[in-house]
Design a protein around this ligand. Structure first.
Ligand code: ATP
Length: 268
């Protein structure tokens, strides 16, 4: 791939789950170095989109290209690709009986044959990057929610992935810790030369650090543009989501899976 080719390129993507279409007509290009916010109400399909980005969910139609290559088919190639994608999942996922340093070391121990002193040095560097070198020997229960989230971030960075994906990084955090985590996402993105995709419904905390935002609702992308364009949008769907109105074009209750028989666009 060339320096100018997008890190993620989605073309006419359709994603089905449990026999029904969750997302359709998804087109997205994420250039290198950007922080892209993927926003949408609960149940809109944000995690489903993530699953397609990591190759966990095969598209029902359309294509996913990562690092300029189509999503690999073989499980071996998929495994190699995933080493280049740092994923911070909802919650921390930290192992409670390991220290912060041991948690960060885990991917390095699993995926590399680096000698112990090198791993220890890399772990110190990652903890330093998130401002937590002093907490190396602390167990997750001894850390605040925000600190634990930063350890999870250091662990996601352990293998130096060029692409970072954050799934609801702010869940359960207070506004101050949320600000710290989002600042860190931006700073690490720029200082380490990463590309970041942040999937969240925390609009107001995420937009200030994003270069580009998309909003998904009712099964497709209803907005794609800069954070300023998003804030200025007068689209009723976008406004309802941004302003948190219970009444509007986005249904408050998700359709029950087995009673939703809406045909997908392709099938219609
Ligand atoms: N494994 C599955 N089988 C069937 N349906 C699923 C599956 N996973 C998700 N869904 C459905 O797909 C839709 C989108 O779910 P998804 O988890 O992607 O949304 P989300 O935007 O990430 O929600 P949240 O913000 O609450 O995490 C929902 O209607 C959900 O019920």
């Amino acid at each position: 791939m060339t320096d100018s080719s997008p890190i993620v390129h989605l073309t006419n993507l359709r994603l089905d789950r449990g026999g029904r279409t969750v997302l359709r007509d998804i087109n997205l290009s994420v250039p290198r170095g950007q922080v892209v916010a993927v926003l949408g109400p609960s149940g809109s399909g944000k995690s489903t989109l993530l699953a397609a980005l990591t190759g966990e969910l095969e598209p029902a139609a359309g294509t996913v290209e990562i690092f300029g290559q189509p999503m690999p088919q073989s499980s071996r190639a998929l495994l190699e690709l995933r080493k280049k994608i740092g994923v911070m999942l909802q919650g921390n996922g930290l192992l409670t009986d390991l220290t912060a340093a041991e948690n960060v070391a885990l991917p390095l121990r699993t995926h590399t044959r680096l000698p112990k002193p090198v791993i220890e040095r890399l772990v110190r560097m990652k903890l330093h990057a998130v401002g937590l070198r002093a907490a190396a020997d602390a167990f997750p229960r001894e850390l605040s929610g925000g600190m634990a989230r930063r350890v999870a971030l250091a662990r996601a960075l352990a293998m130096d992935p060029p692409l970072m994906i954050y799934d609801e990084p702010l869940t359960g955090l207070d506004p101050i810790a949320s600000g710290v985590v989002m600042e860190l996402v931006r700073r690490l993105n720029d200082s380490l030369g990463l590309t970041s995709i942040v999937v969240t419904h925390h609009v107001h905390e995420t937009l200030p650090v994003a270069d580009h935002a998309i909003v998904i609702a009712n099964g497709s992308i209803v907005f794609s543009g800069t954070p300023a364009q998003l804030q200025a949008s007068t689209d009723p769907l976008v406004r309802q989501f941004l302003d948190g109105n219970p009444d509007g074009p986005i249904p408050f209750d998700a359709m029950p899976r087995d009673t939703d028989t809406r045909p997908s666009k392709e099938a219609a």
